[in-house]
Design a protein around this ligand. Structure first.
Ligand code: 5GP
Length: 257
């Protein structure tokens, strides 16, 4: 894939954040988003705060993973930097505190792009394949973001039919997602971890399709290459224990970026 042509400001240094001006615009299961109310120089920016709350099975299981907010902020920041080094722009500007990152404010595509290399989770169930079966080539699934509907899987013909987004932008996002799969699979493989699957979200910034949201063990399945032990949120979902340790291991691996 061609590297993005949009030039972002590498030297971007935010003026001191004035917390009095932070206005909450969204609170989800794992993150809170704030805009900088009344600050003209930050009108295209957001502050993302990572929470410790953990949910699974569309919110049916709820809990807390101690320090998850810190771990996920660190991991996501590192992986966005790694990807930027490989020519993939994202909304990430910089990590500004233990639990906060500064990002560009994108117009989000209401789609989850799920990339899979190995059968697990909902796909293993749906296709009747055993967890752990490696696919002949990566699978990409598009899911329409809707908590009420349980993020149903859609295909490309839904995009225009339901006015979800411009199909050309979804095609670009899918192309970037497959490129990210190659980069992350290689990076984690070099660190003894298999990338089983992951979920990405994209948005538009100045009309360019750009990676957004987060890349964390909340949104990826990662297995130890030798033991096949899970090093991701499945430890929470399935009550496997040592949840914090799994997140810490990924912080350590990614911290060189
Ligand atoms: P599955 O469809 O098997 O449940 O999930 C596939 C992959 O996408 C997993 O790595 C899972 O963590 C991620 N994923 C799917 N839906 C969501 C979601 O709503 N939020 C997050 N954070 N990750 C998701």
């Amino acid at each position: 894939m061609e590297a993005s042509k949009l030039k972002l400001t590498d030297e971007f240094m935010p003026a001191k954040i004035n917390r009095d001006n932070l206005k909450k615009i969204y609170e989800g299961k794992a993150k809170i988003l704030y805009e900088f109310s009344g600050e003209e120089d930050k009108k295209d920016l957001l502050l993302t705060y990572f929470k410790d709350d953990a949910t699974a099975f569309n919110g049916q299981k709820k809990g807390t993973i101690v320090k998850k907010g810190e771990y996920n902020n660190a991991i996501s920041s590192s992986l966005f930097k790694l990807l930027k080094n490989k020519g993939i722009n994202s909304h990430f500007i910089e990590k500004i505190s233990e639990r906060e990152m500064l990002t560009y404010h994108l117009k989000m595509l209401p789609i989850e792009f799920i990339v899979r290399n190995i059968a697990a989770g909902s796909l293993a169930k749906k296709m009747g394949v055993e967890e752990g079966v490696k696919f002949l080539s990566p699978v990409v699934e598009l899911c329409f973001k809707s908590d009420e509907l349980g993020d149903p899987m859609i295909n490309k013909t839904y995009l225009k039919a339901f006015d979800i987004c411009d199909p050309a932008n979804a095609a670009k996002a899918e192309d970037i997602a497959l490129n990210i799969n190659e980069i992350l699979s290689k990076f984690f493989d070099d660190n003894n971890i298999i990338v089983v699957d992951f979920k990405l979200e994209f948005g538009l910034y100045k009309n360019e399709v750009m990676l957004a949201d987060e890349i964390t063990p909340d949104s990826m399945r990662l297995w130890d290459k030798q033991t096949m032990e899970k090093v991701d949120k499945d430890r929470f979902r399935r009550d496997l224990g040592k949840v914090e340790e799994a997140y810490q291991r990924i912080v350590e691996i990614t911290s060189k970026y």
